[in-house]
Ligand binder design. Structure first.
Ligand SMILES: Cc1ncc(COP(=O)(O)O)c(C=O)c1O
Length: 425
């Protein structure tokens, strides 16, 4: 028997699997499981008919380049369309500053490859997106967390951490942020904070990776398009690398996303992408491009927004009804996620066993923290299950929380003075 451990590089030996992907694997094993774990779009919102029409015309055989290798940069008409999409978001980017990627996840991986040396510091929000954590960890970065307020990253903590890390002689590769409806908290960074963050980055000479897959999915009862203005839109000195994706607005199965960055950075990312996959699938790019060109995407956005807004309302009402003030959350103003805080003595890692026994699953808060903490927090994705499944899933989850509280209350009562679990900031 070969000991394959010895075959792996030291980087491979320390690679971590995505906690969310692990949860996704449970689906087949637990009958009738209701999953609030993955941030999947609602499948009934996919534009099946339009995709079919577009695919048929793209695959007519009249253009042999459709199934040929394509340029690493991306399908040129799509790159030009992206320049227009970006300009509608306030970002002026030329085709030389744009790179199509195979999902934003690839953009995170390429970013890691071109900016991180082993041991470089990557500054991340506490909590932050697990896909960012895995990509940066795989490049052997040291991830350092920065606190968040209700309107986004805590700028004082950010400065404190930056000064501390540099004083210790560590190189800061970049700061990674998700300003629009953050994954996992749903928090929307205020416009004022975005401005101050840019000023801070210029003062401290730090690159910002801005990841924005959810910006178009604001809920118009509490937010407007203007509230989601990308940081990149006001980046005058080329300090921001902007990532976005068609995964949440068209469909993640196409794996089409993009980066907009200063030309010198885009060129370097392109070289890294050559080694990763030569090019993003040409068929996927053409379908997404045609879907955009025919106006399907623009016409559907209001429907997507109102659908997810309604899903959010169903989840928040169900949580309030089932758990009263045993649960709280920052109001999601868009996106797919609700960041639930249960009473401090509920540890959401431990609660998972009870939740699974009741056929409901979520992602425990610990998956999103780079400081290893366990907590009373959980990410509940309201995007994919139907309204009826959300209601039923919340009922199951509430029963699990109650059961956990009964047990922990009796154990606390049995051991007077026993400390509760640490609160999360
Ligand atoms: C913040 C964030 N970044 C990147 C991604 C990856 O998206 P893609 O499907 O474009 O790879 C996701 C997906 O959930 C996400 O939430």
């Amino acid at each position: 028997m070969i000991d394959y451990d010895g075959c792996f590089s030291s980087a491979a030996r320390t690679m971590q699997a995505s906690a969310i992907r692990k949860m996704g694997g449970l689906g087949g094993r637990v009958p009738d499981l209701i999953s609030f774990a993955p941030g999947f779009p609602a499948p009934e919102l996919f534009a099946w008919e339009e995709f079919r029409d577009v695919a048929q015309s793209v695959l007519s055989g009249s253009d042999p380049s459709v199934l040929q290798y394509g340029s690493t940069r991306g399908y040129r008409p799509l790159v030009e369309a992206l320049a227009q999409i970006l300009s509608e978001r306030g970002i002026a980017a030329t085709p030389e500053e744009i790179l199509v990627t195979t999902g934003s996840q690839q953009a995170l991986d390429l970013t890691a490859r071109v900016f991180i040396d082993p041991g470089s510091v990557v500054l991340v929000e506490l909590p932050t997106y697990t896909g960012g954590i895995t990509a940066f960890n795989n490049a052997q970065a040291t991830l350092v967390g920065v606190g968040q307020d209700s309107d986004g990253i805590d700028l004082e903590d950010l400065d404190r951490v930056t000064v501390r890390e540099r004083a210790a002689g560590r190189r800061i590769a970049f700061l990674y942020v998700v300003p629009n409806f953050q994954n996992p908290t749903g928090v929307l960074m205020s416009l004022e904070k975005r401005q101050r963050l840019l000023e801070w980055a210029a003062r401290r000479s730090v690159l910002i990776i801005e990841d924005d897959p959810y910006g178009a999915l604001y809920f118009d009862d509490v937010a407007a398009a203007a509230d989601t203005r990308p940081i990149k839109a006001d980046d005058r000195d080329g300090r921001v690398v902007y990532l976005s994706s068609f995964s949440k607005t068209v469909a993640p199965g196409f794996r089409v996303a993009w980066v907009a960055a200063p030309a010198a950075i885009t060129a370097k990312l392109e070289v890294a992408k050559q080694a990763a996959d030569l090019c993003t699938g040409g068929l996927d790019q053409r379908i997404v491009y045609e879907v955009w060109k025919r106006g399907v995407l623009t016409a559907r956005l209001p429907k997507l927004r109102s659908h997810y807004q309604e899903q959010r309302t169903v989840m928040t009402r169900a949580l309030r009804r089932e758990l009263g003030n045993l649960v709280s959350w920052p109001e999601p103003k868009g996106g797919f996620f609700l960041w639930a805080a249960f009473p401090e003595r509920v540890n959401t890692d431990a609660l998972l066993t009870r939740a699974l026994a009741r056929a409901v699953v979520y992602v425990a808060g610990s998956a999103f923290y780079v400081d290893g903490r366990s907590s009373n927090l959980a990410r509940l994705a309201f995007s994919a299950p139907s309204a009826a499944r959300i209601e039923e899933g919340v009922r199951r989850l509430a029963a699990a929380v109650r059961e956990e509280l009964d047990v922990s209350t009796s154990s606390v009562l049995a051991a007077p003075g026993a400390p509760g679990r640490p609160a999360s900031p």
